[in-house]
Design a protein around this ligand. Structure first.
Ligand code: AMP
Ligand code: MN
Ligand code: MN
Ligand code: MN
Length: 276
């Protein structure tokens, strides 16, 4: 039987394993279908594809796009995209520029708090990969400005905090369109992470569905039973397929492992039924 993990990160964004190390680890965890979904980039896909062929698992080319709807930020996973399609290629070029500019602004805000050298440090840590807030969190942790990564978000990087930068990503319907035009399936990532009230969640899901979204992540690496039931309920309400993905970033996080996922609720429609 296939074992799916449809959400994870490599050094092409904020993961700590290279695409091939990630694929090898997934193989070791008995994952048979893996989607690499780096933040706003497809740069890890080629290496991952080659490693997947060697290891004998099947790689689903993916991405995790940052997107806005009603001035809120959402993460949209694209599964089964064609990374050579001009729609996704052009779309993410803008996102990458936004990311680079945002990184400078975050560093400027940290400097105002007497925390210097952040920009140089995150550039070095990210290498050719996308810079994300996780890079800043790692920097703040390593430099002992905070005791945990969570604290870095609570104190500096989270919404409304000292180094938070309001960012205009692509609109949600635009991001979904890039995915669809590139032959992929759009899945709303970790729906409970946005801390929306039920009525906002319903509005967001309606907009996502109207934009052409077809799936919702029902099971993530850190979902409780209750989380799964709540998300499953939303999936059914809006007739969305259910996806599962660990959102693995690093072996250092002992709570999350590739392929370590609770099963989808019995009467869900798995998103992989849409794969050809
Ligand atoms: P960005 O897309 O640049 O805003 O960065 C978001 C990334 O930061 C997420 O994909 C996670 O990897 C990480 N992140 C966000 N919130 C937290 C948190 N509370 N604790 C640890 N990592 C987080
Ligand atoms: Mn991340
Ligand atoms: Mn995410
Ligand atoms: Mn992710």
């Amino acid at each position: 039987m296939d074992k799916y993990d449809l959400h994870c990160h490599s050094t092409a964004s904020d993961g700590s394993l290279s695409p091939s190390q990630l694929v090898e680890r997934a193989h070791g965890q008995k994952v048979t279908k893996l989607a690499l979904t780096d933040h706003d980039t497809i740069n890890g896909l080629e290496e991952a594809q080659q490693a997947a062929m060697k290891a004998g698992l099947s790689l689903i080319p993916g991405i995790e796009l940052s997107a806005n709807w009603e001035h809120k930020c959402f993460h949209i996973i694209g599964l089964g995209i064609d990374p050579t399609c001009s729609s996704i290629v052009q779309g993410i070029a803008t996102q990458q520029q936004i990311r680079a500019e945002r990184a400078k602004k975050i560093a400027d805000k940290l400097a105002k708090k007497q925390i210097h050298g952040a920009y140089e440090a995150v550039c070095k840590a990210a290498g050719k990969g996308m810079i994300t807030r996780l890079h800043f969190a790692n920097f703040l942790f390593e430099q002992k400005h905070v005791n945990t990564l969570q604290q870095a978000f609570d104190k500096y990087l989270g919404k409304g905090k000292a180094a938070y930068v309001t960012t205009r990503w692509a609109e949600m319907d635009e991001a979904v369109r890039w995915i669809i035009e590139s032959g992929g399936i759009a899945v709303l990532a970790h729906p409970l992470r946005y801390k929306l009230t039920t009525s906002w969640m319903k509005r967001a899901l309606k907009a996502f569905k109207q934009a052409g979204g077809q799936g919702i992540e029902v099971v993530t690496g850190r979902s409780s039973k209750d989380d799964i039931q709540r998300t499953h309920h939303f999936a059914q309400l809006y007739d969305l397929c259910a996806s599962q993905g660990s959102d693995f970033h690093s072996p250092d996080n002992e709570w999350v492992e590739l392929g370590r996922l609770a099963p989808l609720p019995k009467n869900s429609k798995p998103v992989w039924d849409l794969f050809n």
